[in-house]
Write a protein that binds this ligand. Structure first.
Ligand code: GTR
Length: 430
């Protein structure tokens, strides 16, 4: 008996490991290995009834899908009875060599200034007639990383160390300034007549698993609650919420055209941008840049990053319920084409990068294709045809797509396509 116990103790970890290896299939990065899968229907309700009209979509199917994504993927966002307050802390009317007025605005989420807050960095084109359209998105490294100007406040909050962001002990340093400038070409955006607004995602919820003690989640706990329930929001939900609060502030600015505020995000922040726009119809255009798993990519293809892999590495991003689908994507009641369809009839642009197999470029393209029937319900052209080759944007309808040649990132090339798309769908002449 003793011998058997010893043997089990020795073999236990190996047996468990073997079990896990069995449940965790190798990462698929070859199209030929994508298993047969079937997507949940877009235009059939859970009760089996067909969705034929805009009214069916708006009154029944859309709310149903939004609920399913909240319950099974991102978590429900708790109701908020508060109101965001803001204060301009700094204004430079001659930023970007005189092309822009740049403001740093504090967004406060509680009645007192000491509570959780975020800083919005706003560039307004100085050459403008009337209200201007805008892009807003979260950044990875703080507003000081967007432009290497020492007068922008250095963000004091917790930060992830990445290559070339010069983070020491999870804090930004003077060398961190401008480290994310390539993703925020303010010159280009302002030069095209758009305002640009950005805020640091970690101001809303620092990106590590601390059981939701820091960030904004505790502001929403019921008496005695210490972490979100299984169907309540994780970090992506909080980041998305922050985008809506930034929008509250932009909509109050008389320089900004409130009907034309686009939300944009790269990678995990692209997931947040999509979830923000799904919940908040005030965003007038949506851009997903390399958002991948849990963003624009179809989960059921299990190509590149999968639900299991993302939840194991980032257990705080989604709701607890999502973890039921780790390595069982076929059981998911939704897939990401349905998330993209929640943007309709608002213009949607999805971008991938050719070397970014982890984010499954083809899965992102296919999701945009399969979202398109809802655009057709509105009489709009969505996205159609085969996947275009690299650097060949396909953007003649209300759903645009491109595959940039190169690595996982958001670069000037991507922005040029977003601006061209916004100009076209918003009828702006260049
Ligand atoms: C990766 C993650 C992706 C993507 C990316 C990013 O580690 O697996 O889902 O979000 O990070 O945000 O850059």
């Amino acid at each position: 008996m003793k011998l058997l116990i010893c043997l089990l103790a020795l073999l236990g970890p190996w047996l468990a490991g073997a079990g896990l290896a069995q449940r965790r299939p190798p990462v698929i990065q070859d199209e030929a290995q994508v298993p047969a899968y079937s997507l949940p229907p877009l235009l059939v309700g859970q009760d089996g009834s067909p969705v034929r009209t805009r009214k069916d979509w708006e009154q029944k199917r859309r709310p149903e899908l939004l609920r399913l994504f909240a319950t099974h993927v991102y978590g429900h966002t708790p109701a908020w009875s508060g109101q965001v307050r803001w204060k301009t802390l700094q204004e430079n009317p001659q930023a970007l060599g005189g092309k822009a007025t740049r403001r740093e605005i504090a967004l406060y989420f509680t009645p007192d200034d000491a509570g959780p807050q975020a800083r919005l960095l706003l560039y307004l084109p100085n050459q403008r007639r009337g209200r201007v359209p805008a892009f807003v998105g979260l950044n990875f490294n703080g507003n000081h990383a967007v432009e290497a100007d020492p007068t922008i406040a250095l963000n004091p909050n917790w930060m992830n160390p990445w290559a070339e962001n010069f983070i020491v002990n999870n804090r930004a340093t003077e060398r961190s300034r401008g480290c994310e400038a390539r993703r925020w070409p303010a010159d280009l955006v302002v030069g095209r007549g758009y305002a640009l607004a950005t805020l640091y995602y970690g101001d809303l919820d620092p990106d590590f698993d601390d059981g939701f003690q820091n960030g904004i989640h505790p502001l929403f706990y019921r008496a005695g609650q210490t972490r979100p329930d299984s169907a309540q929001w994780g970090s992506i939900g909080a980041w998305a919420w922050g985008l809506s609060r930034a929008l509250d502030c932009l909509l109050a600015d008389p320089a900004i055209d409130g009907k034309r505020v686009a939300v944009v995000g790269h990678s995990r922040l692209g997931k947040a941008a999509l979830w923000a726009a799904a919940q908040d119809p005030r965003f007038g255009l949506v851009v997903s840049n390399n958002s991948g798993c849990g963003g624009a990519a179809l989960s059921k293809r299990i190509f590149g990053e999968t639900v299991g892999l993302i939840n194991e590495q980032f257990p705080h991003w989604f709701c607890k319920n999502f973890q039921q689908y780790n390595y069982f994507e076929e059981r998911l009641p939704v897939d990401q084409h349905q998330l993209l369809a929640l943007m309709a009839p608002r213009p949607l642009y999805v971008a991938s990068a050719s070397e970014d197999l982890w984010a499954d470029p083809r899965g992102e393209f296919l999701a945009a294709i399969h979202a398109s029937p809802v655009y057709q319900l509105y009489g709009h052209q969505g996205l159609a045809g085969d996947m275009p080759p690299p650097n060949t944007p396909r953007a003649t309808g209300r759903v645009g797509y491109h595959l940039r040649a190169g690595a996982h990132d958001m670069l000037a090339y991507d922005w040029e396509q977003y601006l061209n798309f916004a100009d076209r769908v918003w009828g702006r002449r260049r």
